[in-house]
Design a protein around this ligand. Structure first.
Ligand code: HEM
Length: 481
């Protein structure tokens, strides 16, 4: 006899005899719950309707559909096939999400099912398979590692260019200019390039040997060894320095905090030196390019829109006055300046396709069956240019954020440059504070001109983040001289 009919028969018997015993009621509730769960499982298992997809090719699946700017190609496809598409990137089934409503389904309604990330080849080589934050499985270790980051005191550390900012916050000082024209800076660049590289193993798990043949794995291993060696030296330097905690509590950098945590923690979560180096590396990979890219796009849009540049410079200079430096307190008073940053992140989110997630169980979304182990990519770029949400979506109009409560903290799914849900970017405050501080000072101190009145080429270059293809060259003219 099927489970539901057994339950019904038992229920009728109980009704005839009355629910005379408290155990009967508990029994009834228990069976109702089991039946509901059972019905749900059957519903998910029976539903075979898959999200739509364009025709695929043998072996490569839909890889040929990605083109050189995958966020744009996927957005164009979503206009034809809808905001949930199931593509096959090689052998890897990948759900592509292109609307705020479907984003909410993944990052809110079913966030628990999509809380893990697939471990990529780069994560295996550089981060010991997920001993960092970004690739760590969702759980207690990940929660604690995220929290440690939020503790870093940033207020006085933000100065200079982005790489130096990250160095100072994470490592305690800048390493620019050391080891020649910065062996360290070249190393960081190599790590980021390798993270953005296409790996066969990620798309065709059985073809990892191709990455060995092409030399990709050897290059990753060599760079990873050099980077971890460098970070080891930094850790040793911190241990030797043995900072006086009482006097210098405010000047602790991320390494100090992580060392304290690793050595003094009574937590049951093991936090090894490998974890420590991986968390620091995360910060460079996730924090450097994104922050720098936002600044570059902001300057490019401001040069292209002299009216906006004039208005924002007037505001920055009015608030900061004759002070040569703009401080955090000033920035909170600059309403239009903050709109400029929000509009830059809408039009040019540095992470155009969110870091992939993976489903842990099967689930039904919008009537479509999504199996366990499906990768999920959110097209952040498509959502922030969706004409159903944004008026003139391709135009740079900071005014759209004036008196508009929409924010990037992950609650408004139509605007998610930092992602949303459990795996939302833990560096939001740091990233925004860095962008604000650097941009405000650049606008305050200098007027900016294009060399030879050339136009800016706004062509994008797809990588770990989407940059300008041709670096931006501008001439600064001091405002104070
Ligand atoms: C403008 C600057 C930045 C932007 C636009 C940005 C954007 C993002 C996005 C879109 C994600 C994926 C979120 C998701 O899957 O829902 C992410 C994740 C992440 N970001 Fe950022 N980010 C920025 C700066 C930073 C900084 C400065 C740090 C560190 C200091 C950082 C650390 C991370 C980490 C560790 C993750 C992975 C989180 C996890 O998987 O739990 N980001 N970021």
């Amino acid at each position: 006899m099927a489970l539901p009919s057994m339950v019904l028969e038992w229920f009728e018997n109980q009704q005839r005899t009355g629910f005379s015993h408290p155990a009967s009621l508990s029994f009834c509730l228990f069976f109702t719950l089991v039946s509901l769960l059972w019905f749900n499982r059957v519903r998910v298992a029976r539903s075979t309707k898959l999200p739509p997809a364009p025709p695929k090719l043998p072996i490569i699946g839909h890889l040929h559909c990605l083109g050189t700017l995958p966020h744009r190609s996927l957005e164009a496809l979503s206009r034809k096939y809808g905001s949930l598409m199931l593509l096959h990137l090689g052998y890897t089934p990948t759900l592509v999400v292109s609307s705020a409503d479907m984003g909410r389904e993944i990052m809110k309604t079913h966030d628990g099912i999509f809380a893990n990330r697939p471990i990529t080849t780069a994560a295996k080589e550089f981060l010991y398979g997920g001993k960092d934050v970004a690739f760590a499985p969702h759980g207690e270790y990940w929660r604690q590692a995220c929290d440690m980051r939020r503790d870093v005191n940033l207020s006085d550390l933000i100065a200079g260019v982005t790489n130096n900012v990250i160095s100072r916050v994470a490592l305690g000082r800048s390493f620019e200019g050391e080891h020649g024209r910065s062996e360290y800076s070249e190393l960081t660049k190599d790590v980021m390039q390798l993270f953005g590289k296409f790996s066969m193993e990620d798309m065709f798990p059985s073809l990892g040997w191709v990455d060995v043949l092409t030399g990709l794995k050897r290059k990753m291993r060599k760079t990873s060894k050099a980077m971890h060696q460098f970070l080891n030296e930094v850790v040793e330097e911190h241990l030797m320095a043995k900072k006086d905690e009482a006097d210098e509590a405010d000047q602790k950098d991320l390494v100090d905090l992580l060392l304290e945590y690793a050595e003094g923690s009574s937590s049951k979560i093991e936090f090894t030196r490998e974890n420590l180096r991986s968390v620091i590396l995360d910060m460079f990979v996730a924090g450097t390019d994104t922050t720098y890219t936002t600044l570059e796009w902001a300057m490019a849009e401001l040069i292209n829109h002299p009216d906006v540049m004039k208005k924002v410079q007037e505001e920055v200079r009015r608030v900061a006055g004759k002070n040569p430096t703009v401080y955090e307190n000033d920035i909170s008073e600059m309403e239009y300046f903050n709109c400029v940053i929000k509009e830059t992140l809408r039009l040019h989110p540095p992470v155009v396709l969110s870091l992939p997630r993976v489903s842990t169980t099967s689930v039904i979304i919008e009537g479509y069956h999504i199996s366990a182990k499906t990768r999920v990519i959110i097209n952040i770029w498509a959502i922030s240019r969706d004409p159903k949400i944004w008026d003139k979506p391709d135009a740079f109009i900071p005014e759209r954020f004036l008196k508009n409560p929409i924010d990037f903290k992950g609650k408004d799914f139509e605007y998610i440059p930092f992602g949303a849900g459990r795996r939302v970017c833990p560096g939001i405050s740091f990233g925004i504070a860095s962008v604000e501080s650097i941009l405000a000072n650049l606008l305050h101190r200098f007027d900016w001109e294009l060399p030879n009145k050339m136009d800016i080429d706004m062509t994008e270059d797809f990588g770990l983040s989407v940059n300008l293809k041709y670096p931006l060259h501008l001439v600064p003219v001091s405002h104070f001289s």
